[in-house]
Design a protein around this ligand. Structure first.
Ligand code: AVJ
Length: 320
């Protein structure tokens, strides 16, 4: 049983996606990585030797799946935030036994095809797909019931947000828990932990150049949706760990002096000048627990992989 909802409310229609190009340094939002090709490229990244987060998280979800299922319990509304290919939820579905699987993603068509696969594998599961952008805070679709939600936010996607923005997003999940049918809800969230800079940097600058393609595809996507005229060949990918801010930064470095035009503006870029496209914050275990607490959640249980490189937390929205 599969239903699909297109929810435009979070989409910030009025906003110019290239607004950030006017800033110093110029920046573009990582939300524009995920057109159909971008979603496929990200799926390819998760198969790279260098990109450890997916592998470590998978080892936790598979190896400790029984403990996770015991901690969470059956019959929940499992809300997959940024579901993408739905592969991580799929690892848990048979053990978690949710009453309803709600998958939310900005890339609606990609999500739809993923959900058809889930439907084939779990023919008795109630499934709802929602094409929506929840990055500025989750707004629960009006005509969708929400009983005992378990917000599933894997993949260290929370790492894309600055600390205040992460707090605001988690707070919106807390609010959705509080406003759900029984007034309570949980969170199952995965986050990448701090480790050696070299290991982290390699994960965002792989030998095959898949991450470089993923980064550059942002320009192609913006050419299409915002009438920009980026010359993709005039940029190169750069990734590095910013030690002070404890985050990986991805940049697109201009190879030459050039002018970029789009519907609504233009900007001159000098050779070597770079556009910030993504930040991926890395946490300590303590730092992440503090973030959860500050956002209204208490940690129920935590699981680490064997290398202690990745953390999965089961947290509960605190009433009040
Ligand atoms: C999907 C945001 C978790 O930051 O690791 C992977 C995206 N960017 N390689 C991450 C990403 C480049 C990924 N998140």
């Amino acid at each position: 049983m599969l239903r699909f909802i297109e929810d435009q409310r979070g989409q910030r229609q009025q906003e110019d996606p290239l607004q950030g190009l006017r800033e110093t340094p110029p920046r573009l939002s990582p939300r524009y990585f995920y057109d159909s090709l971008g979603s496929h490229l990200f799926a390819a990244i998760t198969e790279l030797d260098e990109y450890y987060p997916t592998r470590l998280e998978r080892s936790i979800l598979v190896g400790q799946g029984d403990a996770i299922a015991r901690s969470v319990g059956p019959g929940r509304t499992m809300v997959d935030l940024g579901a993408g290919d739905c592969v991580k939820a799929e690892l848990l579905l048979h053990r978690l036994q949710p009453a309803h699987y709600v998958a939310i993603d900005v890339a609606g068509d990609f999500l739809k095809s993923s959900l058809r696969r889930i439907e084939a594998g779990f023919p008795r599961l109630k499934i709802t797909g929602v094409a929506a952008d929840f990055s500025a805070g989750l707004q629960w679709p009006e005509d969708l019931e929400c009983r005992r939600p378990l917000f599933f936010y894997p993949g260290s996607s929370i790492g894309n947000f600055s600390l205040p923005d992460a707090r605001a997003l988690l707070r919106s999940l807390w609010q959705a828990c509080a406003q759900s049918d029984e007034g309570c809800g949980d969170l199952l969230i995965g986050v990448d932990l701090l480790k050696s800079a070299a290991r982290m940097q390699d994960a965002y600058d792989d030998a095959l150049g898949v991450t470089a393609s993923f980064n550059l595809n942002l320009l192609r996507h913006l050419n299409r949706i915002a009438g920009a005229d980026f010359d993709v060949r005039a940029f190169r990918h750069r990734a590095h760990f910013n030690d002070e801010r404890q985050r990986i930064e991805m940049w697109l470095v201009s190879r030459c002096d050039q002018q970029v035009r789009w519907h609504g503006g233009h900007r001159m870029l000098r050779a070597g000048e770079a556009i910030l496209t993504e930040c991926s914050y890395k946490y300590s275990q303590e730092g992440f627990s503090a973030l959860l607490r500050d956002s209204g959640f208490e940690v129920v249980r935590r699981w680490l992989d064997d290398t202690r490189g990745f953390l999965v937390c089961h947290a509960r929205g605190i009433a009040g």
